[in-house]
Design a protein around this ligand. Structure first.
Ligand code: S3P
Length: 428
């Protein structure tokens, strides 16, 4: 049980750990590349280390010298793994790797922890099977462990994805590298586009037109690249919210990824009235980056968060819910049913914890309505084994009237080892 007490202002400069989505992709794409890639500022969290171990098991020469990770790519075709590949808690690892394994001429088995084994895989298995891969899983193929028997020459696909999901889009595009036939994915709304940007940097023909991504002629990754990974806006989000709600705070967050498919939280913070500025906008290998200054903000107001905005802040909704507790009036979150199949059922995890804080919250199948209230009580929180729920409600504990207790914070290692140390460093 971890205990949080309310504290004084948070002040200082922080570079939160690197982006999780980009770290996974750097390893995966570097592994199937023809050339040597060195990755600077790789995120050494449990999720990304599981991807790293998986590609070593697939025969890729990957060395971590502490500073940089050096990947000697094998080209598109990998070695059959000797054992089951364990993806731990990581949905991105299992879904993206499945696209690559669909194009291999061997048998592989993918598993994960008890949370990952409850997450739906039919969303990738359906398109990958229609491209020619054989995929089996529990409950008629819906859940891990998954068995994949790939095929080096897959068929093309025009996939109208029912969900705005970067994991689905990326999985199909990666399988699309193993065919010469037309491949395109059309999404109902734009999800994060790191795959498209990074594949282009590796020389692959990727064309993006509105909500449609199409692969062109060159589908072989090549080149000796240096990838410098920016800080993760999803990790920065915890400190942006902390600075906004703890009186007297002022935090400067450096090198944060500002890809427009990820910056929904900044739009919401502006709409709520948070005092926040972006400085030093620049690019790291096709990804926009900047520094963010956030100050304590009074007179915040509730907003509506729905529609195409949802995929742009999907991972930040737990901490946005905490911010909503400090807004005047109601914050309404809709169209976010996807939260029910994340690392936990995040709608019920958030609602459970907000109720324990004494907040008036109404749960909907696809979201929630949160009534803001400036003084919040303490209570017992549960992380539900979900890293983002744990960190979000530790931030809520900073402004609770009474002490708060969080069960099981080990899950934080999934994305942000060092979170509590960073928090302590900022407490003045
Ligand atoms: C991710 C995509 C998102 C996000 C996840 C990371 C990625 O999921 O929630 O944490 O790296 O592609 P979906 O877009 O598949 O919902």
């Amino acid at each position: 049980m971890f205990n949080v007490k309310s504290i004084g202002p948070l002040k200082g400069v922080l570079r939160v750990p690197s982006d999780k989505s980009v770290s996974h992709r750097a390893l995966m794409f570097g592994s199937i590349n023809k050339g040597v890639v060195s990755v600077k500022n790789f995120l050494r969290s449990e999720d990304c280390l599981n991807t790293l171990k998986a590609f070593i098991s697939l025969g890729v020469d990957i060395k971590d010298n502490g500073e940089v990770i050096v990947i000697k790519g094998k080209g598109k075709f990998l070695d059959e793994p000797f054992d089951i590949l364990d993806m731990g808690n990581s949905g991105t690892s299992i879904r993206l790797i499945s696209g690559i394994l669909s194009g291999q001429s061997f048998y592989s088995v993918l598993t994960g922890d008890k949370y990952l084994k409850r997450r739906p895989m039919d969303r990738i298995a359906i398109p990958l099977k229609s491209m020619g891969a054989q995929i089996y899983g529990r409950e008629e193929g819906r859940y891990p462990p998954l068995t994949i028997i790939g095929k080096p020459r897959l068929s093309g696909i025009t996939y109208k994805s029912p969900k705005a999901s970067a994991q689905v889009k990326s999985s199909v595009i990666l399988a699309g590298l193993y065919t010469d036939e037309p491949v395109s994915v059309i999404e109902p709304a734009k999800s994060r586009d790191h795959t498209e940007r990074m594949l282009k940097a590796f020389g692959v023909d990727v064309n993006v037109k509105g909500l449609e991504v199409t692969l062109g002629k060159n589908r072989q990754l090549s080149g000796n690249l240096e990838i410098n990974i920016p800080a993760d806006i999803s990790s920065a989000a915890f400190f942006m919210v902390a600075a906004a709600i703890v009186p007297g705070s002022e935090i400067f967050l450096k090198d944060v990824i500002l890809n427009p498919t990820r910056t929904g939280i900044l739009d919401v913070m502006k709409d709520m009235g948070v005092d926040c500025e972006i400085e030093n906008r620049r690019f790291f290998l096709g990804e926009e980056v900047g520094d963010i200054l956030v100050k304590y903000s009074k007179n915040l107001r509730g907003v509506t968060i729905e529609g195409d905005l949802i995929p742009r802040l999907i991972d930040e909704i737990p901490v946005i819910a905490v911010l909503a507790t400090q807004c005047e009036g109601e914050t309404l979150i809709r169209d976010a049913k996807e939260l029910r199949v994340k690392e936990s059922d995040r709608i019920s995890s958030i609602v459970f914890n907000l109720k324990n804080l004494g907040i008036n919250v109404e749960e909907f199948p696809d979201g929630m309505a949160i009534m803001g209230k400036s003084v919040i009580n303490g209570g017992k929180f549960s992380s539900f084994g979900d890293h983002r729920i744990a960190m979000s409600f530790i931030i809520a504990g900073l402004i609770s009237k009474n002490e708060t207790f969080m069960d099981d914070i080990k899950c934080i290692e999934t994305s942000y080892p060092g979170f509590l140390n960073d928090l302590k460093k900022l407490i003045t």
